[in-house]
Design a protein around this ligand. Structure first.
Ligand SMILES: Nc1ncnc2c1ncn2[C@@H]1O[C@H](COP(=O)(O)OP(=O)(O)OP(=O)(O)O)[C@@H](O)[C@H]1O
Ligand SMILES: [Mg+2]
Length: 334
């Protein structure tokens, strides 16, 4: 466990460093103090394995709140930039922190579904994938699968969701279909995260229309940055036409190779263009463990949460928790 993970867990529990030290001392019979917690959080002293294990097992600490859900989509019309990996891992962190979290796989490619080891084809045959919820023949509750490691709920996708996209085009109020489906479960969850396909079609429009905020992974290569301007102009259109409250939660530079000059230049360009306007999260490095996690059917944050860069998902989760508090105080609940 890295210092940033500890800080995210502590903040999610609403504790200051003194509170955390007292809690650990009570629970583990130790004599830690604020200074020690601070050293752990700054990575100037290694977090003892026993503390890391204890925190992972017991720290999921917020009071169960159960809704109304803050809804965030992970989107970029560019393909292969890390949308599904970001959606899966951010949702997993929130679930592990104890928030009731639903991940909706809104992409017919079903990559998030398969990434979590769920058999999309078997569920499709049983009528338990998202296209059936759009068709009205199943509710979200009917199709939800629970991930044992984290408690995350997943609404799985399958290739037939591509047919839903065509039907949504023919529906005069098609942009609002997902929002209507989510309204039925919004009270049951703290967070709903939506993965989206690599295009600006009806499924993406539905996700942007249903969301409070959009998180934008962007690969640190030149064409991705060019495409991001197109994405932001479309987000502006969505704000004007279907969802005035939509905010941009931040840009997540992804698959970053610090040794590559082009990656460094692109990251700098992202900061020059957007810092001060939009949150730019620290970059996720390009390393094999992220791709390996997809092949073993587990979220990286379940399989190898200490991997380089993985703490960034804690940072994003913390940002979402703050955003939820700000947006969904009783006065703001629709
Ligand atoms: N940080 C990373 N390092 C190395 N490989 C990664 C990393 N993040 C994602 N990948 C791999 O890159 C590929 C694309 O990632 P992912 O599926 O998350 O992108 P996507 O934007 O959802 O793609 P699509 O647009 O097709 O839906 C996957 O094979 C994934 O395993
Ligand atoms: Mg994807």
């Amino acid at each position: 466990m890295k210092g940033a993970d500890l800080r995210a867990l502590r903040e999610a529990r609403g504790q200051n460093q003194v509170d955390l030290a007292h809690w650990l001392n009570d629970q583990m019979g130790r004599r830690y103090d604020k200074q020690r917690i601070s050293k752990w959080e700054n990575d100037s002293e290694r977090i003892p394995q026993a503390v890391a294990t204890f925190l992972r097992q017991h720290a999921p600490g917020p009071e169960p709140t159960a809704g109304p859900a803050y809804i965030a989509c992970v989107t970029n019309q560019k393909g292969g930039v890390g949308k599904s990996v970001t959606a899966v891992n951010t949702a997993t962190v929130l679930a592990r922190l104890g928030y009731k979290t639903l991940l909706i796989d809104g992409d017919p490619q079903a990559n998030a579904t398969m990434h979590l080891g769920i058999d999309a084809y078997a569920l499709e045959e049983m009528g338990k994938t998202l296209n059936y919820a759009f068709a009205g023949s199943a509710s979200l509750a009917d199709i939800v699968v629970t991930i044992p490691e984290s408690g995350l709920h997943v609404a799985p996708s399958c290739i037939r969701l591509a047919e839903t996209e065509v039907q949504l085009m023919l529906d005069p109020a098609g942009a609002h279909a997902l929002k209507e489906i989510l309204a039925a479960v919004q009270k049951d969850y703290d967070f709903i995260l939506l993965d989206t396909p690599p295009n600006i079609g009806q499924l993406t429009i539905n996700a942007l229309t249903a969301s409070h905020g959009a998180l934008v992974p962007c690969q640190t290569e030149r064409f991705s940055v060019v495409g991001m301007r197109f994405l932001f102009s479309n987000i502006d259109k969505i704000r004007r036409r279907t969802n005035p409250g939509l905010s941009v939660l931040g840009i997540l530079p992804s698959m970053y190779q610090a040794r590559q000059v082009n990656d460094r230049k692109t990251l700098q360009q992202i900061h020059e263009e957007y810092s001060g306007l939009i949150t730019v999260f620290p970059p996720i490095p390009k390393i094999a463990v992220y791709a390996q996690a997809t092949t073993i059917g587990k979220a990286l944050m379940d399989a190898a949460p200490d991997s380089p860069g993985a703490a960034v998902y804690n940072t994003i989760a913390t940002a979402l928790i703050h955003e939820r508090t700000n947006r969904l105080e009783p006065a703001h609940v629709a």
